[in-house]
Design a protein around this ligand. Structure first.
Ligand SMILES: [Mn+2]
Length: 364
């Protein structure tokens, strides 16, 4: 197993690459979407008419841009494990089944080919209309650390998605008087099926795995729109739509644990055994929908040591990244939170490998 770290676009610079290496990281996951566009990244729920930010000026990432990033990381001894998320600008009409769909699919195919040529083995995506929405931020984690909660605090979860927005970002100005987005669960799955049928053959040729993140939050309905992977079994459905090793999972342990029902350990074992995990979001949480809070990695409902033993036993050799972490009370709250999670992860992985492959007691 490999330890990785995710960076947002504005964090992709040499000081952070060295921070990663110092924390025992070998692999980086890069977000190239400019989610926040100069806004405070702590305002996740903010104004429901604005969302996280404006991606309307985003242009398709080029092969040169991707190659330069790969080279800059390599110069510091790091590998680019994956890109995380398409800019909503690239595929809003794939999600909405709109008039630009065909052109946007061609753009995504180009991006997948360019990623493959640049040596990037994976692209994570989240097939969602409402995206990440309805959280609050507060002192929810141990010691009053600032963290994320759902169903706690005053959050807006019902406001319809304004015209010109998808994935909680604005891709063009609002046209007044346009009806809010509405679609059925079946329509959402049909759109996913068409997307996968279009892009997975290209991903196979390019040597790039497309890895699906589950819904965050994994509720049934958000802003009047259905959710896709809000139960562990829906990951199985997603994989069965196109049975290719390139149709993979961005396995988020936090989102999986937040879902109602089921035993996360058996689900993780099954997904690892399928060989379809692109990479793993290694985070912890307390509670499930309709109420949960994100916790420090060692302080939630998931026994993370057990997860690592299962991954080891199933021969998972991919990347784990911390995903969200509570912010620690100091000048470098983001870095301290990540360093804490990374040290814990590194110890679990080293310990599991030192003990060698063995079936865990939980299986019996
Ligand atoms: Mn995640």
């Amino acid at each position: 197993m490999k330890i990785g770290l995710g960076f947002y676009r504005e964090q992709l610079h040499r000081d952070n690459f060295r921070f990663a290496v110092q924390a025992g990281v070998s692999h980086v996951v890069a977000h190239l979407t400019n989610y926040f566009a100069g806004r405070d990244p702590k305002i996740f729920s903010g104004d429901p008419r604005q969302g996280w930010g404006d991606c309307s000026s985003d242009t398709l990432w080029t092969h040169d841009e991707l190659s330069s990033l790969v080279a800059a990381l390599k110069a510091e001894g790091l590998e680019l494990a994956a890109l995380e998320n398409f800019s909503p600008k690239f595929w809003y009409d794939v999600l909405l089944d709109g008039p630009e769909r065909a052109a946007q699919i061609e753009g995504l195919k180009q991006l997948i080919r360019d990623a493959g040529r640049a040596g990037i083995p994976c692209i994570g995506y989240n097939f969602s209309i409402a995206g990440v929405y309805g959280w609050t931020r507060g002192p929810y984690a141990r010691g009053g650390a600032n963290s994320v909660g759902y169903g706690v605090g005053e959050a807006e979860t019902e406001a319809p998605i304004p015209d010109g927005m998808v994935w909680n970002m604005r891709y063009r100005p609002e046209r007044p008087g346009t009806a809010p987005v509405s679609l059925s669960d079946d329509e959402l799955w049909e759109r996913l099926q068409r997307f996968l049928a279009d892009v997975i053959p290209v991903a196979e040729e390019a040597g790039v795995t497309l890895a699906a993140h589950p819904d965050d939050p994994p509720v049934d309905l958000l802003r009047g729109t259905p959710r896709l992977v809000n139960r562990p079994e829906k990951y199985d459905r997603l994989m069965s739509l196109v049975p290719s090793p390139r149709n993979g999972l961005e396995l988020c342990l936090g989102s999986l644990q937040e879902m109602p029902g089921g035993d996360i350990y058996e689900h993780v074992r099954r997904f690892a055994r399928s060989g379809r995990i692109g990479y793993i979001h290694f985070r912890n949480v307390k509670g499930k929908v309709p109420r949960y809070v994100e916790s420090f990695v060692d302080d939630g409902d998931i026994d993370m040591a057990e997860i690592v033993r299962i991954l080891r036993d199933e021969g998972y050799d991919g990347v784990l990244i911390p995903d969200h972490t509570p912010e620690m009370s100091c000048e470098a709250s983001w870095h301290a939170g990540k360093a804490y999670a990374l040290g814990y992860m590194k110890a679990l992985v080293q310990n599991a490998h030192a003990l060698g492959p063995q079936r865990t007691a939980r299986v019996a």
